[in-house]
Design a protein around this ligand. Structure first.
Ligand code: TRP
Ligand code: SF4
Length: 398
């Protein structure tokens, strides 16, 4: 069984090279290695842009086409829409009941984003709940890994806390103690005694070796049902059953993509290059990029370390071109326009297959809708199964 991965993105419309190098490249790589679920976080978009109903649909499908363009393959990964699986909202609501407000107020993105997006009123209930909705997204698929950037790791951390609390509160059946004792009575008394000793050593003195030994032993007891083994495991750890899985962040090695001005590439800074930027626009954008301010005249020498174009050479040029830039810039041997051409060529080369992959979807948008519908149906099955466990654990299956 492959391990499960889940990630999502808010639908901001056409994506840019920052999304590609910062996240999507990684998503594409993971799809062949693990069981991947990728979804459009359209409700999350509403937490900050709840008034923009005209563009959301267009943004959703533009983004999915970009996903397909960079190489996400619906036969290898599941692509779906958050808002078409109301179970996410159900889990969010149920988790909200036991989540202290302080946990949400302390998530660093809460205050940061309020500061940053001053022109939006973000003192809403939905915005406070943003990371908890994200927790529901992750937990409902029992995902083991969440590939996200550093900025999202506090949300995954909150997700772990929420899962731990849930398992602690609801991971034990009301007759849990009796059931555990019943399982223990089916194994040889000597072994049961040793397990009890190990449990104390771990829970009272934090002895991890003792825990490992005990879990190893439990795993070998193939005569027990999987449920009973899980029960015993929870008993050893002191956690009860793991109904929700604590996920790990799969940090994307940050290949920082600079914007046209050298700051981080971002749509809101107006310094971005779209994944499928028109050739003429691309050329114009690169040619207008600022360079080392010291190079006022063609004959002035410069220094690539003070030039945003160099950041692009790091991403797109091979060693010999990079050497050519270093030498030519410092000796005023090359002009800036000349220096920019290999960057333009490099981006065009990277984009070529993306345009080709996107073409059939652009000319037949119905296929895109079908891909999303099929993915959503598949994801919904998983979400519904988790919700059955959750409702039952919370005493709601009447
Ligand atoms: N908050 C994420 C972002 O802004 C999007 C997101 C929503 C997400 N739910 C998620 C990412 C679940 C990973 C897992 O990029
Ligand atoms: Fe930048 Fe290249 Fe011009 Fe040097 S030659 S300032 S690296 S664009």
């Amino acid at each position: 069984m492959k391990e499960r991965v889940l990630s999502g993105m808010r639908p901001t419309g056409a994506l840019h090279l920052g999304h590609y190098h910062g996240a999507l490249k990684n998503w594409v790589r993971l799809q062949s290695e693990m069981e991947c679920y990728y979804f459009v976080a359209d409700w999350h978009a509403l937490t900050t842009h709840y008034e923009s109903r005209e563009v959301i649909e267009k943004n959703v499908y533009e983004m999915v086409i970009d996903w397909l363009a960079v190489g996400l393959d619906p036969s290898q990964c599941t692509i779906f829409l958050q808002s078409k699986i109301p179970e996410h909202a159900e889990l969010f609501t149920l988790l909200a009941m036991g989540t202290p407000i302080g946990w949400l107020e302390r998530v660093p993105t809460y205050k940061d984003q309020q500061e940053k997006l001053k022109d939006h009123d973000l003192s809403t209930y939905g915005f406070l709940g943003y990371p908890l909705l994200q927790s529901a997204d992750i937990l409902i698929y029992k995902a083991k890994y969440v590939p996200v950037g550093e900025d999202q790791s506090s949300h995954v951390e909150l997700t772990r806390e929420v899962a731990r609390r849930f398992n602690h509160l609801y991971g034990r059946e009301f007759d849990y103690e009796q059931r555990v004792q019943a399982v223990l009575s089916t194994i040889p008394p000597e072994s049961a005694k040793r397990l009890e000793k190990s449990r104390k050593k771990f829970q009272e003195a934090g002895d991890l070796k003792a825990l490992e030994g005990a879990l190893g032993f439990i795993n070998e007891q193939t005569q027990l049902t999987p449920q009973d083994r899980e029960r015993l495991t929870g008993y050893m750890k002191g956690t009860g059953q793991e109904i929700l899985i604590e996920p790990q962040t799969l940090l994307t090695q940050a290949s920082r993509v600079p914007g046209l001005d050298g700051a981080k590439m971002s749509k809101s800074y107006n310094n971005s290059i779209a994944i499928r930027e028109e050739k003429a626009n691309l050329e114009q954008k690169i040619r207008r990029m600022p360079t080392d301010p010291a190079r006022i005249k063609r004959t002035d020498a410069g220094d690539p370390s003070r030039c945003p174009v160099w950041q692009f050479h790091i991403l797109y040029s091979n060693e010999s071109t990079q050497e050519w830039v270093q030498k030519g810039c410092k000796s005023a041997g090359i002009g800036c326009l000349e220096c920019k051409q290999p960057v333009i060529d490099g981006i065009l080369r990277e984009q070529q297959p993306m345009f080709e992959r996107a073409e059939p979807y652009m000319s037949n948008p119905k296929i895109v809708r079908e891909i999303v519908e099929n993915g959503t149906d598949k994801a919904r099955q998983v979400a519904q199964a988790t919700m059955r466990d959750v409702r039952s654990a919370m005493g709601l299956n009447y």
